[in-house]
Write a protein of this length. Structure first.
Length: 367
């Protein structure tokens, strides 16, 4: 015990970034005494051990080396999560309380305890659960690990604190502080809607819908290539048709909108899939449609997401509600580049199909 205690006093002092002098001053002893503790020349009495454990915010067991958070906390979390998954909330809260009594500053324990209370507040409207959840999230924010997940953890906590906030002004302030790429537009819009400010709410709902929809299009666009490589052509077509449905819902097809440009991209990739499947008539139809969309865009290029939009109500709330792609400003050149890139990046049937699509595209687009 003596060796573990000495090592742990030194470890937890350094964890708090304190000098021996600062620790000595904090607990009311001399620097020499702290030095002797850490060197193993003497040990603190039981009352001082309890004071040190309280100062370091750990249990006495942990300080003297009888128990270690590294081993015990995962076991506790596992028990809590099992109760949580089964919606055994009373049992989960009881396990959290016991765990936090021993490890009051463990980030993961604080987060799961806060989330359990958040769910109970959300389901029942119990104000005590709301208040407890806020308190636990705020404490968790002070104990975020200093690692590569720090920003993600902070975002998640602020987002949950905003949901728990009763004061509408404070809720908006919290949400706006983390509203990267309009990710919180819907929640901010909901506050304005509840305040009967439908004009402002519609602007935020519109912008959130269009920016998030473009994210969906980007995800599906990146997924199609690997699906074709794995010969999952039906799934690739389903994704293309799904993306086209979104764009056709959001935009007027034959106007110069960014949605029209995206439709031209999807049509030309769809043409490649049809050509792989030896559906030559459908391939030609898709290329012809891609050219029609591309020319509509090139006649009146528009990069603001709300230009040509069917469902955008009101003005844009941000200056950056615009979109770009990496295929060049001309939509005709862009679809040509897409097919050429596809030909370079794929092998076998995909490359052969892209070559045929490119040939037909060149015949039709520039005549």
């Amino acid at each position: 015990m003596r060796h573990n205690l000495c090592e742990n006093i030194k470890k937890y002092r350094k964890d708090k970034m304190l000098t021996q002098e600062q620790l000595a001053e904090a607990v009311g002893v001399t620097v020499g005494t702290v030095s002797k503790w850490e060197n193993g020349n003497c040990i603190p009495d039981i009352s001082m051990i309890m004071e040190l454990a309280d100062f370091f915010e750990i249990s006495v067991d942990v300080l003297v080396g009888f128990d270690t958070p590294a081993k015990k906390v995962p076991e506790m979390l596992e028990r809590i999560k099992e109760h949580y998954k089964k919606h055994e909330m009373d049992e989960a809260i009881m396990e959290c309380s016991k765990a936090l009594a021993k490890y009051p500053n463990d980030f993961e324990l604080l987060m799961i305890a806060a989330n359990i209370r958040y769910v109970l507040w959300y389901e029942t409207g119990d104000e005590s659960m709301r208040n407890q959840a806020k308190e636990l999230f705020q404490k968790a924010k002070l104990n975020i690990p200093d690692d590569n997940q720090k920003n993600r953890h902070e975002f998640a906590i602020l987002h949950d604190l905003a949901a728990l906030e009763k004061d509408k002004k404070k809720k908006i302030e919290l949400l706006e502080s983390i509203n990267i790429k309009a990710i919180c537009d819907a929640e901010i819009g909901e506050v304005y809607r509840d305040n009967k400010d439908n004009k402002k709410a519609y602007e935020l709902f519109s912008e959130g819908l269009y920016i998030r929809s473009m994210d969906v299009i980007n995800v599906t666009g990146r997924w199609i290539g690997p699906l074709i490589d794995e010969k999952k052509y039906d799934t690739a077509l389903e994704l293309i048709l799904y993306s086209e449905h979104i764009l056709k819902t959001l935009y007027e097809e034959d106007r110069g909108s960014f949605g029209t440009k995206m439709l031209s991209h999807l049509e030309v990739i769809k043409a490649v899939v049809y050509e792989i499947l030896s559906e030559h008539a459908d391939m030609k139809k898709s290329v012809d449609t891609a050219i029609r969309y591309a020319k509509a865009f090139d006649e009146a290029p528009a990069y603001e997401l709300r230009k040509g939009a069917r469902l955008w109500l009101g003005k844009s709330t941000k200056d950056n509600a615009v979109a770009f792609d990496d295929q060049g400003p001309s939509a005709i050149n862009a679809i040509e580049n897409l097919v050429k890139d596809f030909e370079k990046e794929h092998k076998g049937a995909g490359r052969a199909a892209a070559k045929n699509v490119h040939k037909y595209l060149m015949e039709k687009a520039y005549r």
